[in-house]
Design a protein around this ligand. Structure first.
Ligand code: C2O
Ligand code: CU
Length: 704
């Protein structure tokens, strides 16, 4: 009964990382096993006696049969990954498994029968030395070569797991087969040429052997070093570039969208994004945000070297009414921190989006910039710097933004806007709610309607609980939930950048909001501001895709999409801007080399995102809200879910849709801002629109 009412989704997804690791282990053991087996087979002709040669042949035949089982094992581990979606297994099923399956098949068809013949008992068994006919037969390439091919295929297949090829898989397929083919030709030559004057050539020994090892090692070092050096050099970011310059046409749709750097696509006139500004006229609301250097003292006493808007962290709450024309002046009074303001979750005109190097230049110390936009949405949003955002947001340049509905909201609602954030303090990383890291108490009379506007201003997902009362989630990312139902003792996962509105009627006993990363902190509401209530530390997990009731949407899973894109989020070793990292990639690339999503104004667009990496990624698209069509292959069945930040846990996949109705050049990035700063950033571009702004060291603009 309870779980029926709480829209539970558990477990979020069965241990993707475990299943990935099983596949990894099978691939690794397969490689080791076949490398050893290939070596034994190659040495078979050099058995000291004919009897030993026969015995070894029989054993090696069995070893090959056993080794063949690795192929079905790898197929099973790949199919388990396929259970998470096609992109979790495509590289394995199309490249990795065939690379070992084909030579394994050759081993079974050719090597095993040959070994069987070699292993037959014979009167020669009494002889001391393996007779040339027997050893010659054992030196035939059919005995040793297929196993060596399995080992080579196994090596490439294993390395492929590490480098995680993403769709389209043609290039990785060509590289894999392109590496394997010439290597096998060289190996074949050696295996086919072992008998001289009727005698098997001796194995190289002493200096000859040392030379071979040295040559092989040098070749590997040159190859690996050459690749790493090339990657290192080409990863360096140019000092001055356009964020969208290196984009390509991409995806499926009605013919490619033209995107030359200063695009005149399809005969469209070039439109610089600077023309997409907010409306003119007298603003209904005016605000000034003054950025300054600051020193923040948390409620525990821990201190933070910070940067603040109007001397507050979080910055002042900007509260406007739907329909208001809002004008915000950013004034930079820091000593050395160029900055901007981005309106997270607001679908503002492109030139007002606040992205340094894309929609404007960073505002230098002493400078100012005016933003104007009409509040078309309602709900809970936030604003933050979009210049060097991974450092500036972390240091405090963010604040809440609330848009009230146009007709006056029912009076008497007690509101708490709560922004969760982690600060680097003198006492280490500290989780806070509104910069408080200790319990905050508030008194609320029983019977009062209460709304908590929860903002995750941190990089990582957070789990929240509300103890002491049933509650409803009435909005997600600002968008209202249709027909929300009561939740009891439910755990709410909120990804970085995301928001939930929670509503309940104040009971006569305490209610406690807890961020599970800091159970001692939190918000305790009680009739008299006193009292105690233990934090709720666990519970079934909320699933927004199954919560509330369906309602009409302008498009849905069965619509005809004009364009669709596939994005795979992953990890691989590599360099970013000349530094070695375990990279966070989108389709194998890091910014600014991630192909841009190119659309035409008015198109209906579908985006499928799969997260193959081991961490969650809150993917945030600027300027648009996406409708969630499905999660992990299951259609969304609850209230229509419109998100600006979609958090994909490890192993998850989402199908999303949006209407390309806000022309411009828009960021689409992981809102773990550290990931974004290390390349997990791409763009959505409308055909025919260009930016006059440049990014890169020489320009002072760096969005992430
Ligand atoms: Cu809240 Cu591009 O960011
Ligand atoms: Cu990320």
């Amino acid at each position: 009964r309870l779980s029926e009412r709480t829209a539970v989704f558990e477990p979020s997804i069965p241990a993707y990382d475990d299943n990935f690791n099983y596949d990894f282990m099978v691939a690794l053991v397969l490689l080791g096993y076949w490398a050893l087996l290939a070596r034994r087979l190659y040495r078979l002709p050099h058995a000291p006696t004919a009897a030993r040669l026969r015995r070894s042949s029989r054993r090696l035949a069995i070893a090959a049969l056993v080794g063949a089982l690795f192929v079905p094992a790898r197929l099973v581990t790949s199919l388990v990954l396929y259970g998470y979606g096609w992109h979790f297994a495509a590289d394995r099923l199309l490249i990795g498994v065939p690379l070992v399956a084909l030579p394994t098949l050759a081993t079974l068809l050719v090597t095993v029968p040959a070994l069987h013949r070699l292993g037959r008992p014979s009167p020669d068994d009494a002889e001391e030395v393996a007779a040339p006919p027997a050893s010659r037969a054992a030196a035939a390439p059919r005995v040793s070569f297929p196993a060596r091919a399995v080992a080579v295929g196994g090596l490439v297949s294993f390395v492929m797991i590490l480098f995680a090829p993403a769709p389209p898989l043609l290039a990785p397929a060509l590289v894999s087969y392109g590496v394997v083919a010439p290597v096998l030709v060289v190996i074949w030559r050696r295996h086919a040429d072992r008998v001289r004057d009727g005698v098997v050539r001796p194995l190289p020994r002493g200096a000859a052997r040392a030379r071979r090892v040295a040559v092989a090692t040098a070749a590997v070092l040159v190859l690996v070093g050459g690749y790493a050096g090339w990657d290192w050099q080409t990863s360096k970011l140019p000092d001055d570039y356009r964020m969208t310059e290196q984009a390509m046409t991409y995806g499926t749709g009605p013919g490619p969208v033209d995107h030359s750097a200063h695009s005149h696509g399809a005969g469209l006139p070039d439109r610089p994004l600077t023309q997409f500004t907010g409306p003119a006229g007298k603003p209904d609301k005016r605000f000034t945000l003054v950025a300054t250097d600051a020193r923040l003292r948390l409620s525990s006493g821990a201190t933070v070297d910070a940067t603040a808007f109007n001397g507050q962290i979080p910055g002042p709450e900007l509260r406007v009414r739907q329909g208001d024309l809002v004008e915000v002046t950013l004034v930079n009074r820091t000593t050395d921190t160029p900055t901007t303001v981005h309106w997270h979750g607001l679908d503002v005109p492109n030139a007002e989006d606040g992205v340094a190097g894309l929609t404007q230049d960073a505002v230098p110390p002493g400078g100012s910039h005016v933003y104007r936009w009409r509040a078309g949405q309602v709900g809970t949003y936030w604003y933050h710097s979009h210049q060097a955002s991974s450092t500036q947001v972390r240091r405090g340049l963010f604040g809440p933004l609330v848009i009230d509905p146009a007709p006056p909201a029912p009076a008497g609602v007690r509101e708490f806007v709560v922004a969760a954030h982690v600060f680097d303090t003198d006492k280490g990383d500290t989780s806070t709610l509104n910069a408080a890291d200790t319990l905050r108490r508030e008194s609320v009379p029983p019977g009062t309607p209460v709304r908590i506007r929860l903002i995750n201003a941190d990089n990582f997902r957070k789990y929240f609980t509300l103890a002491g009362t049933p509650f409803k989630v009435t909005a997600v990312d600002g968008g209202p939930v249709n027909a929300p139902t009561d939740l009891y003792r439910t755990k709410l996962m909120l990804g970085g950048g995301g928001r939930y509105d929670l509503e309940f009627t104040m009971p006569s006993a305490p209610v406690r909001l807890t961020d599970l990363a800091a159970v001692g902190a939190g918000l305790l509401l009680s009739p008299d501001g006193q009292g105690e209530l233990a934090p709720l530390t666990d519970g079934p997990e909320f699933d927004a895709t199954r919560y509330g009731s369906p309602a009409a949407t302008p498009f849905g899973p069965d619509s005809d999409f004009d364009r669709s894109f596939d994005l795979v989020l992953d990890n691989r070793p590599g360099f970013y801007d000349g530094q070695p990292y375990y990279l966070w990639t989108i389709n194998g690339h890091v910014s600014p080399h991630v192909p841009m999503l190119m659309v035409r104004e008015g198109e209906l667009v579908k985006v499928t995102i799969s997260n193959r990496s081991f961490l969650e990624h809150p993917m945030h698209l600027h300027g648009h809200h996406v409708l969630v069509l499905s999660r992990n292959g299951h259609r969304a069945t609850g209230s229509p879910l419109w998100l600006d930040t979609v958090t994909l846990l490890s192993g998850e996949s989402y199908e999303l849709a949006f209407r390309a109705d806000n022309p411009g050049l828009w960021m689409d990035h992981c809102h773990n801002l550290k990931h974004a700063a290390m390349g997990m950033t791409m763009h959505l571009g409308y055909e025919g629109i260009s930016t006059p702004f440049h990014a890169g060291r020489a320009t002072g603009n760096t969005s992430d």
